[in-house]
Design a protein around this ligand. Structure first.
Ligand code: ADP
Ligand code: MG
Length: 292
């Protein structure tokens, strides 16, 4: 492509709210055949809400919610915000906490009102040596509804299965349809559990899923989508998306996401509207075609 045509192409892209940080990305995008997207904050709004809290025998819902929410006041995870908001909405008093610990991709724990409280994924409970088996059917049922199940433990006992649901962005279904119309394969990478990821993928018509991916595992997941020499673009918004944005053949960051993600990306979508992705690809195809 000539420098002029690239300038014209990137200029048109800017009008569509797509900022090319590197001119080469316009050419690289044309050759992409797989689009991998982060789920939370990219396909979804990244603002989950608490939908379920099913206490175990011997525990009460509000008691568990108050303890768990107290721990989550110290976490910046969107799940934490959902749990704290739900507790506040119910007017629950949140005790002060001690010995807070966050394990990225697993969950959080602390001492609250003389009790040890942990909340997080299945693998977090297992890591803490807790027996989860009896609660998995409940979590599975919630996951099949596209909700993200979590577990709460109090003093070494499973106290509740909790679920949050993160609404899909209005622009997501149309963006995926447009990507399919351009002949691309659409994949999703998420730390969320497999049943939830599968339910959301089915709902959106996503072709491939990598679920239960740990924060440092996104690059490896991305590399799997490169099988057979496919060129892969990755779309993400979070701090832990930065390595995958850098590794992808083209990295596209959501402009409303974290600075770390934007810095690592080749292309920035000025709004959270995912239709910027197919728009940018269509433009790259048109620009490169015109100058051949
Ligand atoms: P995602 O962006 O898909 O949520 P993360 O790697 O941030 O991926 O987290 C993976 C999983 O770890 C979450 O789905 C949740 O089960 C658990 N987790 C992480 N942080 C927290 C937290 N503060 N509270 C409860 N669960 C958490
Ligand atoms: Mg995200």
């Amino acid at each position: 492509a000539t420098p002029t045509s690239i300038m014209v192409g990137t200029g048109r892209a800017a009008e569509l709210g797509v900022l090319f940080r590197k001119g080469e990305a316009l050419q690289a995008l044309r050759d992409v055949s797989v689009i991998a997207l982060d789920k939370t904050g990219t396909l979804t709004k990244g603002r989950p809400e608490l939908t379920d809290l099913e206490p175990a025998d011997g525990f009460q819902a509000d008691e568990v919610l108050a303890l768990v929410a107290a721990v989550e006041t110290r976490s910046e995870h969107p799940i934490a915000e959902a749990i704290v908001a739900a507790a506040r909405a119910r007017g629950l008093a949140l005790a002060t906490i001690e010995r807070f610990e966050a394990v990225p991709g697993f969950g959080v724990s602390a001492r609250v009102a003389g009790r040890t409280v942990a909340v997080g994924a299945d693998r977090y409970m297992t890591r803490l040596g807790l027996e989860v088996a009896a609660f998995r059917p409940t979590a599975q049922r919630l996951g099949e509804q596209g909700r993200s199940p979590l577990y709460a433990a109090i003093d070494g006992r499973l106290a509740a299965v909790i679920a949050v649901a993160d609404p899909i962005k209005e622009s997501t279904p149309a963006a995926i349809q447009a990507l399919h119309a351009l002949g691309l394969k659409v994949a999703m990478i998420t730390g969320d559990n497999a049943a939830t990821a599968a339910a959301i993928a089915r709902q959106l018509g996503i072709d491939e899923v990598a679920a239960e991916v740990l924060p440092d595992g996104k690059v490896a997941a991305l590399k799997r989508f490169r099988a057979g020499g496919a060129k892969v673009a990755f779309v993400g918004d979070g701090i832990n998306d930065a390595p995958a944005l850098a590794e992808a053949d083209v990295g596209l960051a959501i402009g409303t996401g974290t600075d770390v993600a934007i810095e690592a990306a080749d292309v920035v979508l000025m709004s959270g509207d995912l239709r910027g992705v197919p728009n940018a690809i269509a433009l790259s195809q048109a620009t490169i075609r015109n100058i051949k």
